[in-house]
Design a protein. Structure first.
Lengths: 180, 167
């Protein structure tokens, strides 16, 4: 009598489909940056640094105003033909410096006293050379820079100071018209 | 009196903004903005009169009047958006001095711009809200620039003031 037992299995121990699935998974993990064979590494922690404390803009505004005042003075000395145009602007900047130091004195009398003692003249500070056009261009850049500083200071200042800074920023806008 | 040379390039007004108005205007801010609105309304009316007497600066005056008109609208929107009243302009206003010629017309423009500058500076000092301070600074700067533009056209010296808007 003929036996009808099933044929013996003679294929590989792991099916081809299983092997392909495993290799594909390993490749996908590798592409994603995961290494299943790696040892555990340190955990990265994101720490958000605290923002720098808000500083009083007054020292910067006073120093910038004094610098631009000196540059206007030196520009007038270097090119007499610009005196009519630049002298009124220099006078405005001197008024700004005085007003800022007075305002500083309301809250910091000692700091204001130090600022009052600083000189408003320094021949060593250079002005643009090459002619009147270059000098005027340099002064216009100074006015634009200062206008930006005072405009930025309006937002976070006290109400009185905001009005003062805004007024100076508006004056500097008009200076740019004169120097255009 | 000879007519001055018109300025080559009238100062373009900044585009008034009404972005990010506060939900409800504080009383002090609303009052300051209403004063600024009134000053802008006077300015628009006054420049119509000035244009009739200062024909040499016609382009400059037209540009400045348009700037005041735009700011008037933006200020009214700020007030209404903040729940405050925005009164309509009057049909006419009393003048501090009669306007009869170019010189008196220029005097009126100086008065108008100083009044606007004072009003906008008061807005800055009446609020802690950043968007309102920005609006105030824009109005203050425009008035300072326009005053200087007109003074330059009239060959006046000095053509600037150190603290625009300071009473």
């Amino acid at each position: 009598m003929h036996s009808s037992s099933p044929p013996a299995l003679s294929g590989p121990l792991i099916a081809r489909r299983t092997l392909l699935v495993g290799a594909g998974t390993a490749a996908a993990l590798a592409c994603a940056g995961c290494n299943p064979f790696a040892t555990p590494t340190k955990i990265t922690q994101t720490v958000t640094a605290a923002p720098a404390p808000v500083a009083d803009p007054m020292p910067t505004l006073i120093a910038t105003t004094r610098l631009h005042l000196v540059r206007l003075t030196n520009a007038i000395a270097a090119d007499k033909t610009l005196a009519v145009q630049l002298t009124p602007l220099r006078n405005d900047r001197l008024s700004h410096l005085t007003g800022l130091i007075d305002e500083l004195g309301r809250t910091s009398p000692q700091a204001a006293a130090v600022e009052k003692k600083k000189p408003n003249a320094d021949p060593a500070i250079s002005v643009p050379t090459g002619g009147s056009v270059q000098v005027v261009t340099g002064m216009r850049s100074d006015a634009a820079l200062a206008q930006g500083l005072f405009t930025d200071a309006v937002g976070s200042a006290s109400r009185y100071r905001a009005a003062l800074f805004g007024s100076i920023a508006a004056c500097l806008a008009s200076h740019r018209v004169v120097l255009a | 009196m000879s007519s001055p040379t018109p300025s080559a390039t009238p100062a373009a007004p900044a585009t008034p903004t009404t972005s990010a108005p506060p939900a409800k205007l504080a009383a002090a801010a609303a009052k300051a903005l209403q004063a600024a609105l009134a000053a802008e309304q006077v300015a628009v009316w006054a420049y119509d009169l000035v244009a009739a007497y200062d024909t040499a600066d016609a382009d400059t005056i037209a540009t400045i009047r348009a700037g005041h008109l735009a700011r008037q609208g933006a200020t009214a929107s700020l007030l209404l958006g903040g729940g405050a009243a925005a009164p309509d302009p009057a049909a006419a206003y009393a003048l501090p001095k009669p306007v009869t010629d170019t010189a008196s017309a220029r005097t009126l423009t100086a008065i108008v711009e100083n009044d606007c500058a004072q009003a906008w500076r008061a807005v800055i000092g009446a609020t802690d809200t950043g968007s309102l301070r920005t609006a105030g600074l824009a109005g203050l700067s425009d008035s300072a620039v326009w005053l200087t533009t007109l003074k330059l056209a009239a060959k006046a010296n000095p053509s600037t003031v150190p603290f625009p808007g300071r009473p």
